[in-house]
Design a protein around this ligand. Structure first.
Ligand code: AHM
Ligand code: MG
Length: 329
């Protein structure tokens, strides 16, 4: 009989190999428990009539779905119970949520259910998170951590039951939910590296926005798009998941040429702390890279506010570097 390695067993070995504390395991245990509950609610949501809108808007002025609220309460509950988190920044709360200011060791930034427009169709969404650590020496200054200071970032693809985790300087690993609702790492799944061979590369962006992009981005697309297949699911968690395996580039550029100028988004749409940084950190550990509209590395951006937005170009280095040159003129 062949038994797969469980996620917790994998993490235990990892922490021991790197002489790290078990606190991080307690945190990850809380995170994966929350993910399983979200998975359960998502799978059964249509029967319980919770896949629609909640009837309120969030801090970003977007319609909140009932499932967004459910997922957020689940995550906050388990994070609080873990006693490991100083403060959490979630897409669903206007202000940082203080959880265990005294004893907590970590900061967590998360989007409990990314890809909200997919919810009512039961299509893939994701629980995306990033973890940073408190200052263990000297006073904790509670600043918002840059992507380059993260220790881990991950995406649970829901309801597909796949969990991608990047650990600082260690790589990217994939786990799958088995019949007993345990995340396991099949022997066949090694460190995930984005393929260098352009044969499998794909482009992913919302094509209906293309005329709203800057001239530089539109020109690049015109000249290059025929070389690649185009795929777009409308959920960063899902689109990025595919990109990691196939390579290429996902882009959500700044909207600067909208026919209704009030609809321009010169800072982009995606959120730095719990969307772009998560993708950028995982990409880095898988051999890729991510930049913003000015061509800055996403991981180097100093966050100024919890919900700040950024344009995002993430994927295989040669493609993103080509785009960086164009963006910088
Ligand atoms: P959300 O956090 O409200 O779900 O928005 C983020 C999502 C991303 O998952 C996705 O890449 C993007 O928004 C899709 O936007 P659009 O519908 O404009 O293509
Ligand atoms: Mg979201």
């Amino acid at each position: 009989m062949k038994l797969e390695q469980s996620f917790m067993d994998f993490m235990l070995q990892h922490q021991e190999r790197h002489h790290r504390s078990y606190n991080f395991l307690v945190l990850l245990e809380a995170i994966q428990t929350a993910a399983k509950y979200i998975q359960y609610f998502y799978q059964t949501g249509s029967m319980k009539n919770v896949m629609g809108e909640a009837g309120v808007t969030n801090i970003q002025g977007e319609n909140v779905m009932k499932m967004d609220d459910i997922a957020d309460s689940i995550v906050l509950h388990y994070l609080k119970r873990s006693n490991q988190v100083i403060c959490a920044i979630t897409e669903e709360e206007a202000d940082p949520v203080i959880l265990n200011e005294e004893g907590g060791r970590y900061f967590i930034y998360y989007d409990p259910l990314d890809g909200s427009s997919n919810i009512k169709h039961n299509l893939p969404v994701g629980f995306m998170f990033a973890v940073a650590k408190r200052n263990l020496e000297g006073p904790e200054d509670n600043h918002l951590r840059r992507g380059s200071e993260l220790r881990a970032a991950g995406i649970f693809l829901i309801p597909n039951g796949v969990f991608t985790l990047a650990l600082a300087d260690s790589g990217v690993f994939r786990f799958h939910l088995d019949e007993t609702m345990t995340y396991v790492k099949p022997d066949s799944s090694d460190n995930l590296i984005m393929p260098e061979n352009p044969k499998s590369w794909e482009l992913s962006f919302n094509a209906s926005n293309r005329k709203t992009f800057s001239a530089a981005v539109q020109d690049w697309l015109e000249e290059n798009e025929q070389k690649y297949s185009f795929r777009y699911m409308g959920s960063l968690a899902g689109d990025f998941h595919r990109l990691l395996s196939n390579g290429g580039m996902f882009l959500y550029p700044a909207i600067v040429n909208h026919s209704k100028p009030e609809k321009n988004r010169p800072k982009g749409k995606l959120r730095l702390l719990y969307e772009a940084d998560v993708a950028a950190f995982i990409a880095r550990e898988a051999g890729g890279i991510a930049i913003d509209e000015e061509g800055r590395d996403i991981l180097d951006i100093e966050p100024e506010s919890p919900h700040q937005r950024t344009a995002l170009y993430v994927g295989s280095k040669p493609l993103v570097e080509e785009m960086r040159k164009r963006l910088r003129g």
